[in-house]
Design a protein around this ligand. Structure first.
Ligand SMILES: [Zn+2]
Length: 260
């Protein structure tokens, strides 16, 4: 079965490419920043910045119509894709409140449909408690955020697109993060593999999972560099292949073997 939830007593997650993660928790489904189309490849074809896909689309949006809640961390299309979100048609979309007008214009949705988050706010959406935390996609602004999600006894930090910023590690340490999902591409306003390995360790995450690579040829990084630095620092980590299931249980010491 494609999205197998058997034996999951905490959360299961699957990498969907770039910063997209599908999360199962106690009968509910969350999808962080899905990008499951070729809209950027089409948009930038025959321009000086072609967006050449490195891997095929892992799942059609129409295969994910069971998703309860999706997120967008900021307005870039690899994190807010109308084609993907129309196909998934989640019941709720969590966004930065500052992006409401832009998001509703891009998606053609009702102005009051997205759930807007301000930095520091915590809001429940079904079984997922969202807290909006800052992200510095170049600089700290209300239009770019990360999410800390507490669900079924597990705390997930999805950083969104961000550089390291000064208050980040102390802030995140306070959340007792289990799973940290961090970019490693090291360009276009994102931290690099070494910074991600450092941050995962600095916030005490039980497992750090790299993202934002293997999507576009001009903007990627080799996850082997992250793995080597994480091993050197002693950052528990896990590298997922596209569509691979990762199970994390708060009740077990041994999870799906995050490497130490
Ligand atoms: Zn991005």
């Amino acid at each position: 079965m494609r999205w197998d939830t058997s034996g999951v007593d905490g959360v299961a997650l699957w990498w969907l490419g770039q910063s997209g993660y599908l999360v199962y928790s106690a009968g509910e489904w969350l999808c962080f920043d899905p990008y499951l189309s070729d809209s950027l490849t089409r948009k930038y074809a025959n321009t000086p910045k072609p967006h050449v896909r490195m891997k095929p689309i892992v799942a059609a949006p129409s295969e994910l119509t069971f998703v309860d809640v999706a997120t967008s961390t900021h307005n870039h299309t690899d994190h807010l894709d109308a084609e993907t979100l129309h196909g998934i048609a989640p019941k709720k979309l969590v966004i930065p409140e500052a992006n409401r007008a832009f998001v509703c214009d891009r998606l053609g949705c009702a102005k009051d449909w997205p759930l807007g988050m301000r930095i520091g706010e915590t809001r429940p959406v079904g079984g997922f408690d969202f807290t909006a935390v800052p992200a510095a996609h170049e600089s700290l602004t209300p239009e770019t955020i990360g999410y800390v999600v507490r669900t079924n006894g597990v705390t997930i930090y999805h950083s969104g697109d961000t550089l390291l910023y000064e208050s980040q590690a102390p802030l995140l340490r306070g959340f007792d993060v289990d799973i940290a999902i961090l970019p490693i591409n090291g360009k276009v306003g994102n931290m690099n593999h070494a910074e991600a390995a450092w941050l995962g360790k600095a916030i005490g995450a039980k497992v750090t999972i790299p993202c934002h690579y293997d999507m576009f040829e001009f903007n990627t990084a080799d996850p082997a560099g992250f793995a080597a630095e994480a091993a050197r620092l002693g950052t528990p980590h896990r590298i997922l292949s596209l569509g691979e299931r990762f199970v994390y249980s708060p009740n077990r010491k041994e999870n799906d073997s995050p490497a130490a």
